[in-house]
Design a protein around this ligand. Structure first.
Ligand SMILES: NC(=O)c1ccc[n+]([C@@H]2O[C@H](COP(=O)([O-])OP(=O)(O)OC[C@H]3O[C@@H](n4cnc5c(N)ncnc54)[C@H](OP(=O)(O)O)[C@@H]3O)[C@@H](O)[C@H]2O)c1
Length: 361
């Protein structure tokens, strides 16, 4: 019998769900045993339910093709088969909140890719290299839910992953004002060019809800646990514009920063290249060896060349220059469906296992 933890994927037929399934093929700790989706897919073999919708570059793993898809709403049926679940269902915010808590109440931990619980005060929203200590709020959440091992943990939005880790690496210089423009890939909307032909050669200057997430979520990640809830930081101001661009995978951010303590360019580069955290210390299976790298070439990072850095789990930074209005500016790039979605959630689950929050039922 496999020693691996049994994992369910809620929303496994969707784009993020498919990414979870691809990333977990041959995972040393986790094995996908259960897949759930809408009632439209329930009862079908996974391969049939997905049909022509497989969007990954790699083939569908053979081990999942014959899994009979369950209905996400039949919570007990799914929960009894698994040690924990990843959530990537697309429903209304209130429905997602309710269903993720329903799974937690069956004593099934939920590691979610969704935004629904990102502002629930006792739900940790974690980038494992930045705020692994926020998982401690889970004990307070379990008291609220009345559970022993069930809880919800989330990862933040894909847009912040190209700059929030960099600003964290520069914390000692006290960044306090940030202007960011993100150039976001179409896969962030669950689309390819086949599904969204009007994006070819086009730019759309609006992504619903994205600017608020880009400005506020970093503050929650830099926050502190006080009286059983996460209190966001308030010492940095971020303003943003989020633009959809004709790129399949990879969110780029162009960023201007003011610092209270003036760094040199070399200090900024050294802080990036030397930044590492608990995932690197614990050698978690999905942890990038070097989370953030600095690229000296003027024309890097480029989506086409750099999006897969560290298997899509790393952040590439370039073009650090002094600015005439702000202090410094730079460009960051990360993979929105790997580090920004499923990969970030898998790393959170690995951290939760290492911290003892996720174990066999
Ligand atoms: N794409 C990204 O890069 C990204 C990044 C961050 C966050 N997200 C978020 O992640 C979630 C999934 O995104 P996605 O791009 O993977 O979406 P998607 O491709 O549309 O997949 C949605 C999944 O949810 C299921 N679903 C839809 N309606 C349902 C219902 N009423 N009841 C139960 N299941 C239902 C679908 O099942 P069927 O196949 O049976 O319809 C499918 O498995 C969304 O909330 C999205 O906002 C996406």
């Amino acid at each position: 019998m496999s020693e691996k933890l049994k994992v369910g994927i809620l929303g496994g037929t969707g784009m993020v769900g498919q990414r979870f399934i691809s990333l977990l093929e041959n995972h040393p700790w986790f094995e996908v045993t259960t897949i759930a989706a809408s009632p439209r897919s329930a009862g079908q073999r996974y391969e049939d339910a997905v049909g022509g919708r497989w969007k990954m570059d790699t083939p569908m793993p053979a081990a999942v093709k014959d899994i009979i898809v369950k209905n996400v709403n039949e919570v007990e049926e799914v929960a009894k088969e698994v040690d924990f679940v990843f959530s990537a269902v697309d429903m209304s915010k209130d429905e997602i909140k309710a269903i993720e808590e329903a799974y937690a109440k069956t004593e099934t931990p939920v590691v979610s890719n969704n935004s629904a619980h990102r502002w629930t005060p006792d739900v940790p929203m974690v980038v494992p290299e930045i705020n692994p200590q926020h998982m401690e709020v889970i004990e307070f959440q379990k008291k609220r839910l009345g559970t022993k091992r069930g809880f919800v943990a989330v990862k933040p939005n894909c847009s912040i992953q190209s700059y929030a880790p960099v600003l964290t690496a520069w914390k000692e210089f006290e960044p306090y004002e940030v202007v960011v423009t993100t150039y976001q890939a179409i896969s962030g909307a669950g689309k390819t060019f086949k599904d969204w032909p009007e994006m070819e050669g086009n730019i759309i200057p609006f992504i619903s809800g994205e600017e608020e997430k880009s400005e506020k979520e970093p503050l929650r990640i830099w926050g502190k646990i006080e009286n059983g809830v996460i209190v966001p930081a308030d010492d940095v101001k971020i303003t943003s514009q989020c633009i959809r661009v004709p790129v399949l995978n990879g969110h780029t951010a162009a960023v201007f920063v003011k610092f209270k303590k003036q760094p040199t360019k070399q200090q900024l580069i050294d802080a990036i290249n030397n930044f590492s955290g608990v995932p690197q210390e614990l050698k978690l299976p999905s942890a990038p060896k070097q989370f953030i790298r600095y690229m000296e070439e003027d024309n890097r990072p480029q989506v086409a060349l750099d999006v897969d850095y560290e298997n899509g789990m790393g952040v590439s930074v370039g073009r650090i220059r002094e600015d005439s209005i702000y202090d410094w500016k730079f460009v960051g790039l990360s993979h929105n469906t790997v580090r920004g979605a499923a990969g970030g959630a898998v790393l959170c689950a690995e951290l939760l296992k290492a911290q003892g929050y996720i174990s066999a039922k």
